[in-house]
Design a protein around this ligand. Structure first.
Ligand code: ADE
Length: 227
């Protein structure tokens, strides 16, 4: 899989991409992540990429020219046509199901802009889908792009040490994850539930499912109402 990120701040990605699972997945060749600076496609001497909104109002809007030119350049870097995604609070809300769908794509092109937004012709002209990571406003799409990259990469086969681990994650079965314990058996008076020490795998699986259900009912009843 290949992910291209079009951004004004490629330096923001350096630490997350060179740490832990994201680093390992790249080292293993499971994912190729390529950062391209939209500002390199500005055409004036000031390297301008945004401008005042027509009709007035606060803030600046990303100009279409540099984003179009950047997308055209990036598309040519690889034969696979990329699925273009704009990160914006106006987008469809991101969730684990979406992460799972996107992890099956061969190539994604993520466009991170400033929060005031993109000129509408960027969305229309690039045939981009819009994704939001939640109902709050970030200063730019970079952190949203990183969230999406992280969730996708850990789903790629071989990215995690234990092949089974993503399937029990919270949300992957529509439920929160069951409670987990490790050593010591008793910590500050709190004991690991006996069932987990019983060695009875069938009973443990049933208990875990029951716990996942109860937790979801208690903390995220909205998840049980979906679909
Ligand atoms: N850019 C600014 N806020 C955002 C959000 N919530 N999701 C995605 N991109 C954004």
């Amino acid at each position: 899989m290949r992910i291209d990120v079009l951004t004004l701040f490629p330096e923001m990605f350096v630490s997350p991409l060179s740490t832990s699972i994201l680093k390992r997945a790249q080292d293993k060749g499971l994912i190729d992540i390529v950062l391209t600076n939209i500002r390199d496609f500005a055409t004036d001497n000031y390297r301008k990429v945004d401008d005042k909104p027509y009709g007035g109002g606060p803030g600046m809007v990303m100009m279409p020219g540099p984003v179009f030119d950047c997308d055209e350049y990036v598309q040519k870097l690889s034969p696979e046509k990329g699925r273009v995604i704009l990160l914006t609070p106006q987008g469809q809300k991101f969730n684990q199901k979406k992460a799972c769908q996107l992890s099956k794509e061969k190539r994604l092109i993520l466009i991170a802009g400033k929060y005031e937004g993109f000129d509408e012709r960027i969305r229309i002209g690039l045939g981009a889908e819009q994704i939001s990571i939640g109902d709050y406003v970030l200063s730019g799409g970079e952190l949203a792009a990183m969230v999406i990259i992280d969730t996708i990469v850990r789903l790629l086969p071989g990215a995690l040490g234990d092949e089974d681990s993503p399937k029990d994650d919270s949300f992957s079965q529509g439920l929160l994850e069951y409670p987990q314990y490790t050593r010591p058996e008793v910590f500050r008076g709190m004991k690991v539930p006996d069932i987990l020490l019983s060695g009875d795998h069938k009973k443990i699986a049933e208990w875990r499912h029951q716990q996942a259900l109860e937790r979801t009912k208690k903390y995220r009843p909205d998840l049980l109402k979906m679909e």
